[in-house]
Every structure is written in C-alpha cells, then in structure tokens.
Design a protein around this ligand. Structure first.
Ligand code: DX5
Ligand code: ZN
Length: 216
C-alpha cells in the first residue's frame, strides 16, 4: 500500500532530517492546500511546496481544500505536482468538476476527486470513470489531529465494489485520523493510499510509517 505522510504535521525546525526519512521510507508526500475560505484554516502556497519538490523525487500528492480549485490546480501543476485532488463540494454542478478533471489530466498530472464526510459516494459516480484517484475524507477537512470517522469504511467498500464491477482503476485514498489502530482495517476494506499526519510525525517517523504500512 502507499503511505502518504501529510506534511501539515511535519516539524519544520527539523525539515532536512524529516524529509530524508520520508525520501527513504515513502513513495508519496501529501500536501494540504487550504485557502482560509473553503476551510477556515490556511496552510501552504507554492513556494513552500517547491522546497519539497526541489529536495525530493517522491510523488507530490496535492490536496486542494480551496474554493477555486481551477486556479490553484494551475498554480500547483506549474510548481511540479504529480497529482492534484480537489473537492467535489467546491462546485455546484458535476460538469464543472468533470471539466477540471479533464483539464488536470490533459497536463499529464493525475486527477483526484475528494469527498467530505457528509458527501456520499453516489454523488460522485458520474466522475468515477474519469478520475485517477478518489480521496475519502475520514475527518472534516481543515485540521490535522482529529478522530477518524467510522462511516468511512462503508464508503471504501462501495468505491472498491464499484471499481471492480466497472473494471476501473482509480486509487482509493483515505485521509484523516489514521493510526496503527485503523490502518489494517482500511487496507482490508480496499484503501490503496493512506494519508497520515499527526500519527506518523509524533514520535519515531520511520517506525510509525512501518506501523501503518501493510501488504498482501
Ligand atoms: C485535513 C488534511 C489531512 C491532515 C491529516 O484537512 O486533509 O491531510 O493533515 O492529519 P491527521 O493524520 O493528523 O488526521
Ligand atoms: Zn489532506
């Protein structure tokens, strides 16, 4: 499975060492972009992102929690994102989401769609045969360190069944409240990518990454 540490929880006073561990232990880095509008919190812009991009060959997984994902997808694709995921809730209709998915993919970047805990899998079905990834939020977006919402398991099962039934190949990514207590179940239910912030960066980073990484 793919572990994508969320650098929202990284200790910036120890940037070099922590990035070195990530470079040796992971394939992906998860980068939360918050605009203070779609979510109350603010996080990073493209300059901080480039500090990671310039010091790592890892897959840069950008999660846009912004009101204008069209604009910010451009900004982060230019800065070197490998994948850009935005929230279906940012748009009033599916056509706009579909247009942005197609635009991101036309730039040879993987496109993901994300749903908040209160949004159903059914509501994104029209997008599922066009996206590279579905990001299921297992906490309300905006902050690290919240508790995992148990309803998430049903969404993962639904996405996995839909994927197999329709012969699709999107990745199922789960984000929020992931730790050594729920990671194995998430893997068994069908998650392909686990995003983890506070659990992995609190204590021994390398060991914590191993504790939530499972293989068949
Ligand atoms: C929340 C972010 C998450 C967050 C996860 O809005 O999307 O990526 O950093 O942090 P933890 O693992 O602490 O819940
Ligand atoms: Zn995230």
């Amino acid at each position: 499975m793919i572990i994508a540490p969320s650098i929202l929880s990284l200790d910036y006073t120890d940037f070099r060492n922590q990035l070195e561990v990530l470079n040796s232990k992971c394939d992906w880095i998860h980068f939360d972009v918050m605009d203070g509008h779609f979510v109350p919190n603010l996080s990073f812009g493209p300059d901080i992102f480039k500090a990671f991009r310039n010091n790592s060959d890892l897959y840069m997984d950008v999660h846009l929690m912004v009101t204008d994902p069209d604009y910010f997808s451009d900004v982060f694709i230019k800065a070197g994102a490998d994948g850009v995921t935005f929230h279906v809730e940012a748009y009033e209709n599916m056509i706009d989401s579909l247009k942005l998915v197609r635009k991101i993919r036309s730039r040879y970047v993987r496109a993901g769609i994300s749903i908040k805990p209160g949004t159903s899998v059914d509501s994104i079905i029209p997008l599922l045969d066009e996206v590279d990834l579905v990001l299921v939020m297992s906490v309300e977006p905006g902050y690290g360190g919240q508790s995992f919402i148990e309803d998430t398991y049903d969404k993962i099962r639904q996405l996995k069944d839909y994927k197999h039934f329709h012969n699709l190949d999107y990745l199922i990514e789960v984000d929020g409240g992931i730790n050594d207590k729920n990671a194995y179940s998430l893997f068994k239910y069908g998650a392909d990518v686990l995003v983890a912030g506070s659990y992995v960066f609190n204590g021994d980073l390398a060991e914590n990454i191993d504790n939530i990484n499972f293989y068949e």
